[in-house]
Write a protein of this length. Structure first.
Length: 209
């Protein structure tokens, strides 16, 4: 068979998920220090006017940023900003996908060159906004058709909600499946739950041959 997919792991310099940005405005030249979870992340010299800080280190889950501005007289102003980063989301405008086609493998680890009928599958993800990523998936074989769509939604600073609906028709029987879940990550703990409900007529490539 053949398989095509995007692999961001070969480009570790590319950040695929949305990172927070911190903006403000200063009337006089200032130095600004950005602390992420208590550690200094960056130091910049600012000119009068609006500014935006986007040089954020890799982080996932809930966090707290402290922005400290210091003027020429040494006076400091500190601003605390909570944030949430979800590495499961895609940056706005970024897409990810995979496609595979070939013969289904049989007797894996038991027999060589044991294959079943031809089949194909594909998945596609798209970052619609900083808080919304859309997903789709499809599978096909003789007497099998499957299509599904879903989304991941960032709930502000309160984690990520995901959901998907899939419809299938296999050998004349139509079935469906619902998936939903929630995840919240913190430096001290992670809370996650995932649920799947399908009816008895649901079919996919895993159940096909």
């Amino acid at each position: 068979g053949v398989s095509l997919s995007r692999d961001f792991s070969i480009r570790p310099d590319i950040i695929t998920f949305p990172l927070p940005t911190f903006a403000g405005k200063t009337a006089v030249p200032n130095a600004v220090d950005l602390f992420i979870n208590g550690y200094r992340s960056s130091n910049s010299q600012l000119q009068p006017g609006p500014f935006t800080i986007t040089d954020i280190p890799y982080i996932n889950g809930s966090g707290e940023a402290v922005l400290v501005t210091t003027d020429a007289l040494g006076r400091q102003v500190s601003t605390t900003l909570p944030f949430y980063v979800a590495s499961t989301l895609l940056k706005p405008g970024l897409s990810d996908g995979a496609f595979s086609a070939g013969a289904l493998r049989r007797d894996y680890g038991i027999k060589n060159f044991s294959y079943g009928p031809l089949a194909a599958s594909g998945s596609y993800r798209y970052g619609a906004t900083d808080w919304l990523t859309l997903e789709s998936h499809a599978e096909a074989a003789s007497s099998l058709a499957l299509g599904g769509f879903g989304s991941l939604i960032k709930l502000g600073n309160f984690g990520v909600l995901n959901g998907a609906y899939t419809l299938s028709q296999m050998r004349g029987k139509r079935g469906n499946q619902f998936n939903w879940g929630y995840q919240y990550a913190h430096s001290r703990f992670t809370l996650a739950t995932q649920h799947t409900i399908r009816n008895s007529k649901f079919g996919n490539l895993a159940l096909y041959d």
